[in-house]
Design a protein around this ligand. Sequence first.
Ligand SMILES: NC(=O)c1ccc[n+]([C@@H]2O[C@H](COP(=O)([O-])OP(=O)(O)OC[C@H]3O[C@@H](n4cnc5c(N)ncnc54)[C@H](O)[C@@H]3O)[C@@H](O)[C@H]2O)c1
Length: 250
Amino acid sequence: MRLNDKVAVISGGARGMGAAEAKLFASEGCNVIIGDILEEESLETASEIRKNGGKCTFLKLDVRKEKDWENLVSYAIEEYGKIDILVNNAGLTTDGHVETLSLDEWNRIMDVNVTGVFLGCKHVLPSMSSAKRGSIINISSQLGFVGAGSSNPAYQASKGAVRILTKNIAVRYASYNVRCNSVHPGPVDTPMTETARSDKEFLARLIDKIPMGRIGRPKEVAWAVLYLASDESSYVTGIELLVDGGWVAQ
Ligand SMILES: NC(=O)c1ccc[n+]([C@@H]2O[C@H](COP(=O)([O-])OP(=O)(O)OC[C@H]3O[C@@H](n4cnc5c(N)ncnc54)[C@H](O)[C@@H]3O)[C@@H](O)[C@H]2O)c1
């Protein structure tokens, strides 16, 4: 199994891509800890994993709160003695353009999508660097690469910030054998995109921009994250792995 006896923390693992990663990791022998604000959905995901023979626990985590990260890391170290993998997956988006976006809304997106990633890395890195082993995967977006007029500017800026924060950590911690990479999904079939996907005209315009002619499935992103989490990527750090059906290639 590709993650046998490893310990992974997945933020935003209640649903969507985070849940797909949690399920895939558990099926590869990993002890998964889901951290999320959605208690009911997280418990359902964790119980489904356990029913299928996997190992998964849920801890309440608001990625914006330093105390929550401290509690989660303490729990993982007490329970398993280590954290091998951190997937900073929690994120959210909103509507609006530069001129219509309120400062509060800008800050709300930045707090989860950037500060949440920073705090996750900050609190997991001490145990990873002292163990001289670890893999951090930060979920950015293809919208952290290229502009899209229909996308929210705070979301795009936040995903660009995650892309370069990842490289700072990759370079700083390479000598500790701690790797840090970013994954950049294109549009994926998750609750986040449900409203957009229900607008048939918008969906048709979106699909028209994707060379592969379809949106992605959560598991297709999870497979990419699994590669970066596993020892198969032991010499890979600081990369940007696009999983976008060719969006950024054109
Ligand atoms: N769906 C897409 O098309 C797409 C494309 C590119 C990138 N992404 C990114 O992928 C990641 C996962 O997105 P998804 O589509 O699965 O979204 P989703 O909305 O289905 O799931 C996001 C999860 O993050 C959790 N979350 C939100 N705020 C949180 C907080 N403060 N603390 C802890 N957890 C919190 C939610 O409760 C939810 O479980 C996000 O970072 C998103 O920006 C999504």
